[in-house]
Design a protein around this ligand. Structure first.
Ligand SMILES: NC(=O)c1ccc[n+]([C@@H]2O[C@H](COP(=O)([O-])OP(=O)(O)OC[C@H]3O[C@@H](n4cnc5c(N)ncnc54)[C@H](OP(=O)(O)O)[C@@H]3O)[C@@H](O)[C@H]2O)c1
Length: 360
């Protein structure tokens, strides 16, 4: 019998990734509000994930401590004479200049952050750099993307992507000649904003979609069924509870969980696998990112690749979602403009969280 492994997909010519990416925001300092992360268990989980074909990792220059942790994982793979080596994994990072310094971002800044990521990750070239810009009213995002292209031409970066861009601003970058291969954005049963403008543009421009929020921080799982309320355990859940309030509401959410559980039972999988499969099957979606904060879902999540949703099952999910309000606007517009959404985002991490403690 053929052994089940995670599916892979070509993100750019000659560059393949796993269709479920191991998300590492969960490992950054300050993400957990309750139980702290056990990094030995996570490292054990990483080895298990890679052995099962989940070879791609997502991190960011502003995920405090995470690039360094992945660098130590790269060293472990280098040191081991058996099994996958460092070239068998792909590490996607981000370039997220702080809001307060956007007006000063220039080639020297971009180059220094890329060099810092290379040093932290113990890599000769970064597999994918996903560029983010907090405020479009500050000029410079097109020039900065062109500076990333210069660094690509120098061999420091293999592929350029973006994250949290809306369709018109992404188009500006593409039209300036930056070969953007992917865009990372929030796309889940709670948040279908990419369907308004971004996905139609991806289809036109041949850009691949990499999605986060698919499990909404674990809210789309069996353990939430039948609860009357929930107190968030981490920053992902704070964010997705807000999205939930503005879309399905608690009753709609509980109805969705029941429907997903019925579909999951019919396939012998978990509710979270149905939530992931539904997003993976949407047009232009190359991969979803699922956050890892322990080793407990390593075996479970292979089941995402063990079944297909029938057209009737997909239609029943969409029909339920369509009964409720949808978040409005293009991707990340609420996060840029609504004080309620903006208020929970940390936009100056490099300056405020990543500096070594000052001597008193
Ligand atoms: N570009 C951006 O602005 C941005 C923003 C957010 C996230 N991201 C990326 O996306 C990644 C995912 O983050 P997210 O916040 O969207 O979280 P998520 O992937 O929706 O949720 C992750 C949580 O789901 C739970 N889970 C995993 N597999 C499960 C399973 N089979 N059954 C039940 N629960 C399961 C785990 O919680 P337990 O371990 O507690 O069960 C895990 O911590 C991040 O790490 C980051 O790489 C990017």
């Amino acid at each position: 019998m053929e052994t089940l492994t995670a599916q892979h997909i070509e993100l750019a010519p000659g560059y393949s990734i796993s269709r479920v990416i191991n998300g590492c925001w969960q490992l950054s300092q300050g993400h957990a509000l309750k139980a702290p992360v056990d990094f030995d268990d996570v490292c054990y989980g990483f080895h298990g994930l890679v052995e099962r074909g989940f070879t791609t990792f997502d991190c960011g220059d502003i995920y405090t401590g995470v690039e360094e942790f992945l660098g130590s994982f790269v060293d472990e793979l280098k040191a081991s004479s058996e099994g996958p080596g460092p070239d068998d994994i792909q590490i996607h990072t981000k370039y997220v200049p702080d809001l307060d310094i956007l007006a000063q971002v220039d080639y020297a800044h971009t180059s220094s952050i890329i060099e810092r990521s290379l040093t932290r990750l113990h890599r000769e070239a970064l597999d994918l750099v996903q560029f983010h810009w907090w405020d479009y009213s500050v000029p410079g995002y097109v020039e900065t993307a062109l500076n990333l292209l210069k660094l690509k031409e120098q061999g420091k970066i293999r592929n350029i992507g973006v994250t949290n861009f809306d369709a018109p601003h992404l188009k500006e970058i593409v039209d300036a000649g930056v070969p953007v291969v992917s865009c990372q954005s929030q796309f889940s049963m709670f948040d279908r904003r990419p369907q308004y403008r971004l996905i139609p543009y991806f289809l036109e421009a041949g850009i691949k979609h990499v999605c986060y929020g698919t499990l909404s921080g674990g809210l789309l799982s069996e353990r939430m069924m039948g609860l009357a309320s929930f107190d968030p355990e981490n920053r992902s859940q704070v964010k997705y509870m807000q999205v939930l309030e503005d879309s399905l509401g608690w009753n709609g959410y509980q109805r969705l969980l029941t429907l997903l559980k019925d579909i999951a039972d019919a396939h012998g999988v978990q509710l979270s696998h149905v939530a992931t499969r539904y997003i993976l099957d949407q047009p232009t979606v190359a991969a979803t990112i699922i956050g890892v904060r322990n080793s407990k879902h390593v075996d479970d999540n292979l089941k995402i690749f063990s079944f297909d949703l029938t057209p009737a099952e997909k239609d029943s999910i969409t029909a339920l979602l369509d009964e409720y309000p949808r978040l409005e606007g293009d991707c990340y517009t609420l996060e840029r403009e609504s004080p309620r959404y903006k208020g929970i985002i940390h936009m100056n991490v490099d300056a405020t969280e990543q500096q070594p403690p000052q001597a008193s």
